[in-house]
Design a binder for this molecule. Structure first.
Ligand code: AMP
Length: 394
C-alpha cells in the first residue's frame, strides 16, 4: 500500500510517499514559502530531483502541484494509487491520545488544541482539510507527537501550580518528539534482540529542538519537554529549563511583554543566546576546537544539561539497559556524545572512541565492558508514521 506522509507547517509542506509494509521511500520532497511571492518545491524520486520555483498561494495549490509531480509516471500514474495519508500532528492535547482515523470530529478536536499549540494547529487543520478535499475517499490518519507520552504518570506530568490550572486550563507537561522516541526505542529493542517490555531505555533526541525520554517497557514514563517544546534541554535557540522568575523579573525590570519574552526564550536563547554566534552545533564545535571561549561556554551548558537529565532518568528508571542518541546532533556529533558519555561513569557507561567517530548511521558505541549499551540510531519519523498509518488502515 502506498502511503503519503504529510507534515504541514505554517508556510510549508513536507512529504514522503512510502510503500508499505516494505517501508520503501518512492518519493520525497517539500514545498516551502507557501503564500509568498515565490515558493520553492523540491521533489525527489529514484530517477532524480526536480526543483521548481513557482508561486503557491495556498497549501491546496502546493499539494496539487505535489500530486502532479507524483503522478508524472514516477512513481505513480494516478492519485488513486495512494492508499492512505498519514499526517504528523505535533500536539494532541489530552483528548487525542492515540493514532486515529480522521473525520470531522477529529479535525474539530485538533482545532480545539489551538491555545496549546498556536504555531502548528492551523497548518495541521489546513493540511487535513486539503488532503480530504483532494483525495476523496482516501483514509486520513493523524499521528500525534504527544501520544507516546500519554503514559507518563501524573506525578511526572503535573506542574506544582494550583491544581485548577490543570483541571480547567489543561496546563501540564505533554512532551514532544514522541513518534521519534518511540521509533528509536523499538529499534533499540530489535537490535538488542529483546522484547521491549523488558527494557529500560533513555532516548536522547538532540537536534535544533532536543528532548530526552525515559522509556520503561516500551512506554514513556518521563520526558524533558513540557506544556510546549521549550522545557528541558538547551536547544538551538530555545532556553530549555529556566527559573520562571527570570521572566517575571525581566517583565518588571525591562518592561518586556509576553510576546517579547516569548521571542527571547524561543528564538534568541539556547546555543545562539549563550554563544552570541550561532544556533548551529557544527559551527560551534569547530570554534570549540579552535579554543573559542563563547562557543565553549555554550556547548558546556548544552552538554551538562544532557548529563543531568540522563542522571535523573536513570534514577527514575531504576536501571538503564540502553542509551540512544538520535537526530541531527545525536547522530552526527562524536564531540557531544563523547563529552556526555564520559560523565556517565556512575552508570558504568564505557564507549569506544573509535566507534563513536561516526556520522548518521546505526552503530553501537559502547564497549563490551560497559554496563549500559550506548547506540546511535538515526530517527525516521516518516517511516514511523507510515507504520502506524498502515497498521490502522490495512
Ligand atoms: P535537526 O534539528 O535534527 O535537523 O538537527 C540540526 C542540528 O544538527 C544542528 O545544530 C546541526 O548543526 C547539527 N548537526 C548536523 N550535522 C552535524 C555534524 N556533522 N556535527 C555536529 N552537529 C551536526
Amino acid at each position: 500500500m502506498k502511503i503519503l506522509i504529510l507534515n504541514c507547517g505554517s508556510s510549508s509542506i513536507k512529504y514522503q510517499l512510502i510503500d508499505m509494509p516494505q517501508g520503501e521511500v518512492l518519493a520525497k520532497g517539500g514545498v516551502e514559502r507557501i503564500g509568498e511571492s515565490e515558493g520553492i518545491l523540491k521533489h525527489k524520486t529514484a530517477k532524480g530531483q526536480k526543483v521548481l520555483n513557482e508561486v503557491y498561494p495556498t497549501h491546496a495549490d502546493g499539494l496539487k502541484r505535489v500530486f502532479e509531480l507524483l503522478c508524472d509516471n514516477d512513481p505513480l500514474k494516478d492519485v488513486s494509487e495512494i492508499g492512505a495519508v498519514g499526517h504528523r500532528v505535533v500536539h494532541g492535547g489530552e483528548a487525542l491520545t492515540k493514532t486515529c482515523l480522521v473525520n470531522q470530529e477529529i479535525i474539530d478536536a485538533i482545532d480545539a488544541v489551538y491555545p496549546l499549540d498556536p504555531l502548528h494547529v492551523p497548518a495541521h487543520v489546513l493540511g487535513l482539510n486539503v488532503a480530504k478535499d483532494l483525495l476523496p475517499g482516501v483514509p486520513n490518519v493523524a499521528v500525534f507527537d504527544t501520544s507516546f507520552h500519554q503514559t507518563i504518570p501524573e506525578h511526572a506530568y503535573l506542574y506544582a501550580i494550583p491544581y485548577s490550572l490543570y483541571t480547567e486550563d489543561h496546563i501540564r507537561r505533554y512532551g514532544a518528539h514522541g513518534t521519534s522516541h518511540m521509533y528509536v526505542a523499538n529499534r533499540m529493542a530489535k537490535l538488542l534482540n529483546k522484547p521491549i517490555a523488558d527494557l529500560n531505555i533513555i532516548s536522547c533526541l538532540l537536534g535544533n529542538g532536543s528532548s530526552i525520554t525515559a522509556v520503561k517497557g516500551g512506554k514513556s514514563i518521563d520526558t524533558s519537554m513540557g506544556l510546549t517544546p521549550l522545557e528541558g534541554l538547551v536547544m538551538g535557540t530555545r532556553c530549555g529549563d529556566i527559573d520562571p522568575a527570570v521572566l517575571t523579573y525581566l517583565g518588571r525590570t525591562k518592561n518586556m511583554n509576553a510576546d517579547e519574552l516569548d521571542d527571547l526564550i524561543n528564538k534568541k536563547s539556547g546555543l545562539l543566546g549563550l554563544s552570541g554566534i550561532s544556533n548551529d552545533c557544527r559551527v560551534l564545535e569547530d570554534l570549540v576546537a579552535e579554543g573559542d571561549q563563547a562557543a565553549t561556554r555554550a556547548m558546556n551548558v548544552f552538554n551538562y544539561r544532557i548529563v543531568k537529565y540522563i542522571g535523573a532518568y536513570a534514577m527514575v528508571l531504576g536501571h538503564v539497559d540502553a542509551i540512544v542518541f538520535t537526530a541531527g546532533i545525536g547522530e552526527n556529533s562524536p564531540y557531544v556524545r563523547g563529552e556526555v558519555c564520559q560523565k556517565l561513569e556512575l552508570l558504568g557507561v564505557d564507549i569506544d572512541m573509535e566507534a563513536n567517530d561516526c556520522h548518521g548511521k546505526e552503530r553501537k558505541l559502547s564497549t563490551d565492558k560497559s554496563k549500559v549499551e550506548v547506540w546511535v540510531i538515526p530517527t525516521n519519523e516518516e517511516l514511523a508514521i507510515a507504520q502506524q498509518t498502515y497498521e490502522l488502515v490495512k
